[in-house]
Design a protein around this ligand. Structure first.
Ligand code: IMP
Ligand code: MG
Length: 175
């Protein structure tokens, strides 16, 4: 699928890292009821794999959706809310926000702000990928899978123009 796609992270590497992150989460949230909040759409596969590796019972799995208008590989500096989560799912709860990738940090910091307004008991961030070279907003990633170079990546939930999400590994375009 796609001629110039180069593999960055194989399905096996991702699975090993997801298992490692789940162990860290299990360790930190023993005896603490945990609510997972995923940011759609990019994190849907990562969340499905992550929650199946997490052994502690989860309180709830929720989703929010942001649009960053970055479908065409541009960064506009805004993120708008497309799907919100109910107040009662967040208020007084221990929240783990799960993201596919932190790039400029704009989407993630917007999502954190939206959730903090709903007064959670605590909030932490898990991201599969981090592209630190492009950061505009300071974001603390509590559970990180991989730090990657400034490539536009796709697969494993990540898209270009809504395509390529179905790939089992993570790829980038070789130019
Ligand atoms: P940020 O707001 O710039 O941090 O970008 C976060 C969002 O942009 C992610 O949740 C992705 O949906 C998208 N994004 C950023 N970098 C990439 C990439 O390399 N491939 C696919 N989507 C990306
Ligand atoms: Mg996304």
């Amino acid at each position: 699928m796609g001629k110039n796609l180069t593999l960055l992270l194989s399905a096996e590497e991702i699975a090993i890292t997801t298992e490692r992150l789940a162990k860290e989460i299990d360790r930190d949230y023993q005896n603490v009821p945990l609510t997972i909040v995923g940011i759609l759409k990019g994190s849907f596969i990562f969340i499905a794999d992550l929650v199946r590796e997490i052994q502690i019972p989860l309180d709830s799995i929720e989703f929010i959706q942001l649009s960053s208008y970055k479908e065409k590989i541009i960064s506009s500096g805004e993120a708008s809310l497309l799907l919100d989560v109910e107040l009662k799912s967040i208020q007084g709860k221990h929240i783990l926000l799960v993201e596919d990738i932190v790039d400029t940090g704009i989407s993630t910091s917007t999502a954190l702000e939206i959730l903090k307004q709903k007064k959670p008991a605590s909030i932490k961030l898990c991201s599969l990928l981090d592209k630190p070279s492009r950061r505009q907003k300071d974001v603390q990633i509590d559970y990180l899978g991989f730090s990657i170079p400034d490539y536009f990546v796709l697969g494993y939930g990540l898209d270009v123009d809504q395509k390529y999400r179905q790939l089992a590994g993570i790829y980038y375009f070789k130019d």
